[in-house]
Design a protein around this ligand. Structure first.
Ligand code: ZN
Length: 415
């Protein structure tokens, strides 16, 4: 059974073929959640999974479950999941690697005529990236009951198109009730999206937990006025207020040691026309840190800096929290299993804490959940040139294969 190995070439070819859907000139992928391209990618996944003998279930928020029967099909399945959606200038590995690795595990079990005690399922989650619909990991959060189905379906993109409409457009408004299926154990493999594995020349990271992440929107309230005649001293320019706020966000990220993170990646300007000084600017930002106590300090620091700006500039600065996750820990038993599996297969490995969100995080609320990472070239992700080497892609899938088999139990086939 230790000799059982995934087909590295087949996995790589599938990954590259999936990457052609929404391919960008710079070699990345653009498959926003529930777009036409996401629909095409889902169709291809479903076709491949059906070719591998799977039964497909789609739930009401578009999560896809591809099931390979177990010897005792009444047992809860061992699941492997990730996502097919990307950010607008995404790469070919983020999310897709995890889904293709799961599919490759099923294909490998088929080739070796392995029968497992429990079913094995590959899951494609809806809108992991949060690039088109907020918040991130929408499909898995709905699955665990963190958000209601109606809340998920009512999310709208910048053009006012709801998740409900977009799902219907691509034919993934499934009939299955959301969350109404048992999960025996959940595994996910992802690219690291950071530089640690590459810097240390290691192949696998076993993720033991996550940093704490807090997401906010800062609304800066100024006053609309003509951009010409209004004397500088009389202006309440919300854009200037937002610029100062962004500098404070950046300062806070730098002020709490190397575990501190902050960013302000999204801005909305009103009325956003030439000729009018903006009266309102909304800046989305997040703060991250490994320590709960420190992130409390970071938030307090930002709040007090915004209060100072309010006083200095005479404009409103309202900080609203809209999403938070972590710190959390992954299941110690699964982490140990993944660590031992990497060790047995001869891969250099380390434990790591994630600073990015993944569907494996919400899954810890309802089942045993485990996450591994493979190296990202130059530590780069959410970039069209994102890359992971074929041998690392294969290694990640092999760890998934053997860890999933340890939980699903072989009852026939393979020695
Ligand atoms: Zn991802």
């Amino acid at each position: 059974m230790k000799n059982l190995s995934i087909d590295a070439e087949r996995l790589w070819d599938s990954l590259m073929e999936m990457g052609k859907i929404g391919e960008t000139p710079a070699g990345g992928s653009r498959r926003l959640a529930l777009s036409r391209e996401d629909g095409e990618a889902r169709d291809l996944f479903v076709r491949w999974a059906e070719d591998a003998g799977c039964t497909i279930t789609v739930d009401r928020v578009g999560n896809i479950f591809a099931r390979r029967q177990g010897a005792d099909d009444s047992l809860a399945p061992v699941c492997i999941g990730s996502h097919l959606d990307t950010v607008p200038t995404g790469g070919k590995f983020d999310g897709v690697f995890g889904v293709m690795a799961g599919l490759e595990v099923l294909r490998t079990l088929n080739d070796a005529d392995v029968q497992t005690r429990t079913p094995v399922e590959v899951i494609v989650w809806t809108n992991e990236e949060g690039a088109r619909y907020s918040p991130v990991t929408l499909g898995s959060l709905a699955f665990i009951g963190e958000h209601s189905v109606e809340y998920a379906l009512d999310r709208v993109d910048v053009d006012g198109i709801s998740v409900r409409e977009a799902l219907a457009d691509i034919g993934y408004d499934g009939p299955a009730e959301v969350g109404n299926r048992p999960i025996g154990a959940y595994f996910e493999a992802h690219n690291e999206q950071g530089p640690v594995l590459e810097e240390h020349g290691e192949t696998i990271a076993v993720v033991t937990g996550s940093y704490s992440s807090r997401y906010f929107v800062i609304t800066v309230q100024g006053m609309a006025a003509h951009v010409g005649p209004t004397p500088m001293a009389r202006r309440k320019d919300a854009m200037v207020g937002a610029a100062r706020a962004v500098l404070e966000i950046n300062r806070v990220g730098n002020a709490y040691g190397e575990d501190g993170r902050s960013n302000a990646p999204h801005i909305e300007v009103y009325p956003n026309v030439r000729g009018v000084i903006p009266d309102e600017v909304r800046v989305s930002c997040d703060l991250r840190h490994r320590e709960q106590a420190t992130i409390d300090e970071m938030e307090a620091d930002l709040r007090s800096a915004l209060a100072d700006l309010e006083e200095e500039l005479g404009m409103g600065f309202v900080l609203e929290s809209y999403f938070a996750w972590g710190p959390m820990s992954f299941d110690p038993e699964l982490s140990e299993l993944l660590r031992n599996t990497a060790q047995d297969l001869g891969y250099a490995h380390r434990d790591l804490q994630i600073i990015a969100g993944h569907d494996a995080v919400p899954m810890t609320e309802i089942t045993q959940s485990g996450l591994i990472l493979i190296p990202s070239r130059d530590g780069l992700s959410h970039n069209e040139t994102e890359y992971s080497a074929p041998e690392h892609v294969a290694a990640g899938a092999n760890v998934l294969l053997h860890a999933a088999l340890a939980k699903a139990e072989i009852v026939a086939g393979a020695d």
